[in-house]
Design a binder for this molecule. Structure first.
Ligand SMILES: [Mn+2]
Length: 426
């Protein structure tokens, strides 16, 4: 299935007048405050987030998985699904592949499908948290940190293979997330585990093409419940520094202990030029994989405020690899991703409304009340007409969820693919 632009326009027509009214009202009031509305709309149009190849089917928990009908059963269909999301939102212009779940069989064909849908290949992700069929060594007790050199070598080689696959597609970064750690005190020697990991990462780094970056993701717990080798941003930062200039930290929203100040982490990493990637999701308790912005939208806005500040003031930091990293049980995965993209754009637009100069003055004058007012005035602005305008300019849907439902996308996919297809992934 492919959504044509005139189908979207037909759905948009019903809401065009209401959109114009809302947009005119908002842009007038923002223009009066000296905000360059067109510039914000342009920035929203440019902002693209990668969709991970494993989020297009229903996610599962360790208690079970409930299928969503019409799921993509191969990589071609997954990229087509990203294309559907992109045609409606104009925000999902990239896909992030997970190897070995999504190894292309025909590179030329895959690249053609993706470019026909305006989809780029973002970071490729290695997987050493599962044993693969016919693998010689097991990752049960760790991969890059394992006490066995043979296991470490296998894990290093897998990452090099992933780089090779990504290179053929046009990817420019490798994301490494390790499940390595221990479940019980005494199981691991912390120092040996970290040293092994550093040495292994340095071996992978040696195989990185010059124009590539390596993104090192951290997580405090799960699947190991006593210790994780790369548990926090400090450890990731330390390892990235040990590897070299092309290695960066990657922040995943769900990979923090409750109440961690993620906006501060983002800010400091950008100051040091070491924030390379960002994974979006939301959570109430842990790494819950909930829809972005569904639980803590204000926290997301505060994070974006620091990201925007960093993008404007930290030329030492590279462009970030943005990706949604969430997949769960009860929503249509495509609708879930559309909602996530909307929440991301909304937080970004609100952060762009913050008057950084005014905030700086208020901070210098220690006017705490004013600082809060500046942030919250931006946060309380309903920026959705700006998002609509950005999508409209790019040929997308005014209301992507509404368009998805009016075009009956899920039923069309079921007609094409049947009810019993299962996507590879979690
Ligand atoms: Mn992640």
């Amino acid at each position: 299935m492919k959504i044509e632009e005139n189908h979207i326009q037909n759905v948009n027509n019903n809401d065009l007048k209401s959109h114009n009214d809302h947009f005119d009202f908002l842009s007038n009031s923002l223009n009066n405050k000296g905000v360059d509305v067109n510039n914000i709309v342009k920035k929203l149009q440019e902002f693209q987030v990668a969709i991970p190849s494993w989020a297009l089917g229903a996610g599962g928990t360790r208690f079970g998985r409930f299928s969503f009908y019409g799921e993509p059963s191969n990589l071609e269909q997954k990229i087509q699904d990203v294309g559907l999301i992109h045609s409606l939102t104009q925000t999902a212009g990239a896909v992030s592949l997970h190897i070995p779940w999504d190894i292309p069989e025909d590179y030329k064909a895959i690249k053609e499908i993706a470019s026909g849908l305006n989809i780029k290949f973002d970071a490729v992700n290695s997987n050493t948290f599962q044993d693969q069929k016919n693998a010689k060594e097991s990752y049960k007790y760790g991969s890059l940190s394992n006490t066995s050199e043979a296991v470490r070598q296998q894990a290093i080689q897998h990452n090099l293979d992933v780089i090779n696959i990504g290179d053929k597609l046009g990817s420019k970064s490798l994301t490494v997330w390790l499940a390595d750690g221990s479940c019980f005190p005494g199981q691991n020697n912390f120092q040996t585990a970290l040293q092994n990991t550093e040495n292994s990462l340095k071996e992978i780094y040696k195989g990185l093409p010059n124009d590539w970056s390596m993104l090192i993701e951290y997580k405090p717990y799960e699947p190991n419940f006593y210790s994780t080798v790369i548990q926090d941003w400090g450890t990731s930062f330390m390892l990235a520094n040990a590897c070299g200039d092309k290695a960066y930290s990657l922040v995943d929203l769900g990979h923090h202990l409750p109440n961690s100040n993620i906006e501060q982490i983002v800010s400091i990493l950008m100051l040091k030029g070491k924030l390379g990637g960002f994974h979006f999701n939301d959570s109430k308790y842990g790494d819950d994989d909930l829809t972005v912005g569904s639980i803590k939208p204000y926290a997301l806005f505060l994070i974006f405020n620091e990201l925007v500040y960093g993008m404007q003031n930290n030329p030492q930091n590279p462009d970030l690899a943005w990706m949604i990293d969430a997949s769960h049980n009860v929503k249509d995965p495509l609708e879930d991703l559309i909602q996530s993209l909307e929440a991301i754009q909304e937080a970004y637009a609100k952060a762009l409304l913050v008057d950084q100069n005014e905030l700086k003055i208020a901070q210098q004058e220690n006017d705490v009340v004013k600082c809060q007012e500046i942030l919250q005035n931006a946060y309380r602005t309903d920026v959705r007409p700006l998002l609509e305008k950005a999508r409209l300019n790019a040929g997308g849907a005014l209301n992507p969820i509404k368009a998805y439902r009016s075009l009956d996308v899920r039923n069309e996919l079921i007609k094409e693919r049947g009810k019993n297809t299962v996507a590879t992934g979690l």
